[in-house]
Design a binder for this molecule. Structure first.
Ligand SMILES: Nc1ncnc2c1ncn2[C@@H]1O[C@H](COP(=O)(O)OP(=O)(O)OP(=O)(O)O)[C@@H](O)[C@H]1O
Length: 245
C-alpha cells in the first residue's frame, strides 16, 4: 500500500508538487498521468528517497520513503525514466550485481539474472555491454533489475516512453503479468493508451496538483458520458502547448 499525506516539493517559490494526498491499495495498478513538467518524476523521486520532500510524507507498506528509504527499497522495484547502467558491465553482470545488492548469494543472484534475461528476451545480449543496448533493451534490462528481488510494489517512471510498438507491448504484457500476481504498481505516463490498457485507477496531475482521481469510467464520467480518457486529459490540462479540448 502507498499512502501520500500532504507530500509536497517546492523549488524556491515554485510549487513542483502541491500537497498530494492519495492512497494506492495493495494489488492496484495506479496510473499517474500528466503532461510534461506536471510533477510526475519529482513525486516518484520523493517516493524513492532521492528527493527530500518540502512537506508531508509518503509511506510504502508503512515505511516512510524519506526516513526509512533503505527499508522501502527492499519492498520496491524502481524503473527510472532514463535507466543508467555502469558502462563497463555486461547485461548479465548488471543483473548479478543488483541481485547481490539485494542480499542474494552469488549462485542465487546468477539464477535470478539468467531467468530474467530469458524472460525479457535479453539472453543473447547478456554478454554485451549495456552501454551498447538500444533504448528498448535498456528499458527491459531496467525492468528486469526492478523485478530481481520480486518486490511487492513496482514504481515505474514512463516505462514505455520511446519504445517501438513491439517492445512497448512486451513491457506492458510483463507488467500485466506482475499485476496478475498481486504486485502493486504505480506507473507514471503521459501515454493514455497504456493507462487504458493497464490501470485500475488513474490520477491526473497538472501544474503539480492532483486534479482528478478515479477509475477510468469515473474519470470519463466526470467529463461527459461519451468522453475518452484523452478527451478528459486534454480538457483538464488545456492551455499547455496550445492544446485545447
Ligand atoms: N531542481 C529543480 N529546480 C527547479 N525546478 C525544477 C527542478 N526539478 C524539476 N523542476 C521543475 O519541476 C516541474 C516538475 O518536473 P517533473 O520532472 O517532475 O515533471 P514530469 O511530470 O515528470 O514531466 P516529464 O513528463 O516532462 O518528465 C517542472 O516544471 C520542472 O521544470
Amino acid at each position: 500500500m502507498i499512502e501520500f499525506a500532504g507530500l509536497a516539493k517546492v523549488y524556491g517559490a515554485f510549487d513542483a508538487v502541491k500537497p498530494l494526498s492519495l492512497t494506492v491499495r495493495r494489488g492496484e495498478v495506479f496510473g499517474f498521468l500528466g503532461p510534461n513538467g506536471a510533477g510526475k518524476t519529482t513525486t516518484i523521486r520523493m517516493m524513492m528517497g532521492i528527493l527530500v520532500p518540502s512537506a508531508g510524507q509518503v509511506r510504502i507498506n508503512g515505511y516512510d520513503c524519506h526516513g526509512a528509504a533503505h527499508e522501502v527499497k527492499r519492498h520496491v522495484g524502481y524503473l527510472p525514466d532514463t535507466p543508467v547502467f555502469y558502462d563497463y558491465l555486461r547485461g548479465r553482470e548488471i543483473l548479478q550485481f543488483v541481485a547481490e545488492m539485494h542480499g542474494y548469494d552469488r549462485a542465487e543472484a546468477a539464477r535470478r539474472g539468467a531467468r530474467l534475461l530469458a524472460e525479457f528476451g535479453l539472453e543473447e545480449a547478456g554478454e554485451d555491454y549495456a552501454v551498447n543496448y538500444s533504448l528498448g533493451m535498456k528499458k527491459r534490462l531496467g525492468l528486469a533489475c526492478a523485478l530481481v528481488h520480486e518486490p511487492a510494489v513496482l514504481i515505474l517512471d514512463e516505462p514505455i516512453n520511446g519504445l517501438d510498438p513491439r517492445a512497448s507491448r512486451e513491457v506492458q504484457e510483463r507488467l500485466l503479468a506482475a499485476a496478475a500476481q498481486g504486485t502493486t504498481i504505480f506507473v507514471s505516463t503521459h501515454l493514455l493508451d497504456m493507462a487504458e490498457k493497464l490501470c485500475d485507477r488513474v490520477g491526473i496531475i497538472h501544474h503539480g496538483e492532483l486534479v482528478a482521481t478515479g477509475t477510468l469510467d469515473e474519470i470519463r464520467g466526470d467529463a461527459s458520458a461519451a468522453a475518452s480518457l484523452e478527451d478528459v486529459f486534454l480538457k483538464i490540462t488545456a492551455g499547455d502547448d496550445g492544446v485545447a479540448p
